[in-house]
Structures are given as C-alpha cells and as structure tokens.
Design a protein around this ligand. Structure first.
Ligand code: HEM
Length: 505
C-alpha cells in the first residue's frame, strides 16, 4: 500500500518540466545526471560518485542545503533520492508528497528516535504525551496571561529604540521560563544561560548530515579519541549540559512546589496531575526531562519566528500598513489580545505568511521509514514553502494569498513538521507570534534604518537545524502619541490573574 503511494511520487517531472528533459535516461556529462530508469522503484536524483561509499557527499553544500534540495526538486521531481556512505536518503520537496508520505502514512514510522545526536540530549519519547497534554490548544490558552504581561513590558522597552533584539530575546526567555516552571528570570539569568547552551549543542548536533552518526547509529559506540569521532565529544558535552538543564532549574521548581509556592506553569500542571502520586519517581523523572526539553526548544524557535516577522515588515511595508489599518479599525482604544484573533483576518493571514516566508526549521529528518527499507527521509520544509506549484510567487511576502477561500495549505502544517514527530509547541508558538505582531503593529511602525532599497536588510539566514535571520538593524517608531498612552496604561494593568493550568487534555 505504501509502496503504491511512494511510487506515485517516485517519478520525475514530465519531460517538459524536467530541466534535463531526458527521462528515462542514462547519461549526461555532469555530476547531476539522471541515473535510474523509469522502471526503478527509487526516485531519481543526482548521480552518486563512483568512489565507494562517498555517494553524493560532494554534491551537498555545507550551508543552506535546503536551497540545493529545492533545485534538485525542480530538476528531478517531488522526491529526490541521494546516497551517503551507501545509505539511501530520500528528499521530499513538495507539500503534496509530504502529506501523502509523512502525514497520511505516519503510522508507518517506527517510534525509534530519528537522530542519535539529538536524542542524546532529549531522550523523551515516553514523555511526548505529557508535552501534548501541557501544550494542547486549550492548555496553551491558559498561558496567554503570561505572554500578555511580558509583551506589555516589552513594548515600553522597544520605545527606547536600541537593542530591540536583546529586549525581544529577554522577553521571550521570560515567557518561556514562566510558562515552563513559574520562574521569573533575572538579569544574566543562570537558568536561561544553561538552556541556551544546551539548545546550541542540540542545534549544531542536529545539522542534517553534520555528523555521520545521524545516519549510522552504530558509530556512537566509537570512542571519542579516535580520529574523526569528534561527534562523541559534542555528544558528551551535550549530555553534560542536558543533565545540568534537567537538574538545576528543576531543583528550584521542586523546592517552590514543596513550600506550596509554585506558580501556575507547565511544571505545576504536571505535578498536580492526577497521574502523579507522591511516591511516583518515574513520573517525576518524566516531568524533569520534559520541562527541560520545553525551555531548550521553545525560546529560540519563537525568537526566530518573531525576527522573521520583523524582517518581513521591512520588506513589505504595504502589508504592515494594511495590518495596522485593520487593527485601528477593529480595536482602537486598547492593546489587542489573543481573543481578538477572529476579528483580524488580515493579521492572521500576515502571521501565516511570516511562517511560510522563511522557515524556522527548514529541514526535517525522519528515520525508520519502511519502504524502501532503511531509507532516511528529509522533508525539505523550506522547499515546500517556496514551491511555485503550491504558492504563487513564493519569494514575495503577500498575506493576501491567505484571505478568503484560498485553498492553499496552511503554512503551519509545513513549518511545524509532520506526523508523530510534529511540533507539540505549535499552539504556543503561533499564539506568541500572533500577539507579538498584533501588539507591536498597534503601537509602532517598523522601518529600516537606512534609506531606499539598499537600506532594507537582506534575507540572510543562519544555518543549522533551527535557522534565524542574521542580526539586522531596524527602528520601532511610535505610530502616534496615543500609542504611548496605550503602552503606559498597560504597564499598570494587572495581568497576574493567570489561570491555573489544568491537566485535563
Ligand atoms: C515558530 C516556532 C516553532 C517552530 C517553527 C517549530 C517547528 C518544529 C518542527 C518542524 C519540529 C519537528 C522536527 C523534526 O523534524 O523532527 C519540531 C519539533 C519539536 N518542537 Fe517545535 N517549533 C516551534 C516552537 C516550539 C515550542 C514553542 C516548543 C515548546 C513549547 C517546541 C517544542 C518542540 C519539541 C519538544 C519537538 C520535538 C517533537 C518530537 O520529536 O516528538 N517547539 N518543532
């Protein structure tokens, strides 16, 4: 059954679509010739090297691999097969194929963790259920008060105009630590520092293909002093950081809980849950791991999506203006909240477009794929979001594409991954991005610092599992005197009434 689906996508584009235009084919003089016949059960792809085991190693660029994968997609079709060290890797470049292979058929994945380097840091498969419970749409809405309060403070800091990215990063750290543990961060916070280090180790460890151990789990048994086994060192350091991340903040949270002083949070919801008994050490181990994963994954991803939103506002001032007009029309006398979302269709479309325009996680890696046995799957999320066959003029920032009955895939269904391994923090991420956009656009105009087209910062993104814009200057200018009043009045507003976060779902 699956092979039928696989075969459905495992053919190249028609001759007219296919740049090489020689399907089925054997020979072209460059390294990207098609090498398989139409009767092959595998999709086509660039020709692997004749040197044993090297495969397509030298065809894969060291940075921004997703762009090369998209070029291959145009050349070979929805699915592209490459080889590394004798191992087959299938790249999915279109939403349609990803839906069929990764979502509809997601039950065929093994539960086996995808990447040993990452899983050294976050072996929490058993704990996924707790995550899903804590961050269901309903439970996430109980954290809205925390996000509101922090953003209200952030607006007043953005008025000073400088170091906007520092202010935003701290605000998101504060949100994540409060939601995760009920913890208020301080200047140069020690827990935030550990979370950042662990996150960095995880991100560099998870760069697809960065470490062969991702493809050959057996390599993890090689001692780290052997030449070429530097991944062992990274994994060891990652394990140490992971341990620190799991123990230090948790010890603080437990002491608060025992004193009866724990604030509503993900941690407290799990501690209060009916599943836990006083002597339940297994459940406590799960809570420790899962809260650590939460603050290691949430802050940087939300930060990246917010930076992309800001960069997009510099590239598409007319979209910014349209969202501001909508906000002024619908809510004029107060700051917007998440409850206003249904009244703000244009802003909703703008946030979707920000998730599509650049991807926080450009590539997803999946293992345990059954057919062909042992194939590693790379979901080229970036390629899917920029596929002109799905989104017209994909490099343009055009929220209008998501207005009315557009029939387009929701970018969230690409940006947050697939099937069983899809992002459990999706609702929190979307809410945090939406509220950031709504509050900042109500109060500020976001503009480039420089003049003219040259003043607009380029769309340059970092590499790694999670990508973000390289730092760029911009200005937040108050839109009108009333905006300052809105900000000042909200600082006095008491958002303390954050609801208890219940277990429930
Ligand atoms: C805009 C922000 C975010 C984006 C775009 C994003 C995207 C993703 C994607 C694509 C995956 C799947 C990775 C894979 O292919 O294996 C993922 C996994 C994950 N995300 Fe997010 N994420 C975001 C925010 C968050 C937040 C706020 C949290 C925590 C509350 C979170 C927690 C996780 C966890 C724990 C996983 C691993 C899930 C598993 O393997 O079962 N993410 N995320």
């Amino acid at each position: 059954m699956l092979s039928a689906t696989f075969q459905e996508f495992a053919h190249p584009k028609t001759a007219s679509q296919c740049k090489s235009a020689i399907w089925p084919v054997a020979v072209r003089p460059d390294s990207t010739q098609l090498i398989r016949s139409s009767t092959s059960r595998y999709p086509p792809g660039p020709r692997p090297s004749l040197i044993p085991l090297v495969g397509n190693l030298f065809d894969i660029p060291k940075t921004q691999q997703w762009k090369t994968f998209s070029d291959w997609g145009e050349q070979y079709g929805d699915l592209v097969m490459i080889q590394l060290m004798g191992k087959k890797i299938c790249i999915i470049n279109t939403y349609k194929a990803a839906q069929a292979l990764l979502t509809v058929k997601s039950s065929i994945y093994s539960d086996r963790p995808a990447m040993p380097m990452v899983n050294e840091l976050q072996s929490y498969a058993r704990q996924r259920k707790l995550f899903d419970m804590g961050f269901s749409a309903r439970n996430t809405s109980r954290y809205h008060g925390i996000i509101n309060r922090e953003y209200a403070r952030l607006l007043s800091l953005l008025m000073d105009g400088s170091k906007y990215d520092d202010h935003i990063k701290k605000s998101i750290d504060a949100i994540v630590m409060m939601i995760g543990l009920g913890y208020s961060i301080v200047e140069d916070d020690p827990f935030v520092r550990i979370a950042q280090q662990a996150q960095l180790a995880m991100v560099s460890a998870a760069r697809p293909g960065a470490y062969l151990v991702d493809l050959f789990p057996v390599l993890k048994y090689i001692p780290e002093w052997l030449p070429g086994a530097s991944f062992q060192k990274v994994a060891r350091e990652g394990r140490e950081l992971s341990k620190k991340l799991q123990t230090e903040p948790f010890a603080w949270a437990i002491s608060q809980f025992r004193k009866g002083e724990a604030k509503p949070s993900f941690f407290k919801a799990l501690m209060d849950s009916e599943r836990r008994t006083e002597q339940d050490s297994e459940h406590d181990t799960d809570i420790r791991a899962v809260t650590a994963v939460m603050y290691a994954t949430a802050a940087d991803t939300i930060f990246s999506s917010v930076l992309t939103f800001i960069l997009a506002m510099l590239h598409a001032p007319e979209a910014q203006k349209a969202a501001q007009d909508e906000l002024d029309r619908v809510i004029s006398h107060r700051l917007p909240g998440l409850d206003d979302r249904t009244q703000l269709p244009y802003l909703n479309a703008l946030v979707k477009e920000a998730l599509r325009w650049e991807l926080v996680i450009p590539l997803g890696v999946y293992n345990g794929y059954v057919i062909p046995a042992g194939t590693t799957i790379i979901a080229n999320q970036w390629g899917m979001a920029h596929d002109p066959g799905t989104y017209d003029q994909p490099y343009e920032f055009r929220p209008e594409r998501f207005l009315g009955n557009h029939g387009l895939p929701d970018p969230a269904s690409i940006a947050f991954g697939w099937g069983k391994r899809a992002c459990p923090g999706r609702y929190l991420a979307e809410d945090a991005l939406f509220l950031f956009a709504a509050m900042t656009l109500t109060c500020f105009t976001i503009s480039p610092v420089g003049k003219g087209k040259e003043g607009i910062p380029p769309r340059q993104y970092s590499d790694g599992l999670a990508s973000r814009p390289v730092p760029f200057p911009c200005s937040f200018a108050l839109r009108h005197p009333k905006a300052k009043d809105l900000i000042d009045n909200n600082l006095e507003y008491d958002f303390e009434g954050v609801e208890e976060v219940g277990g429930g779902e």
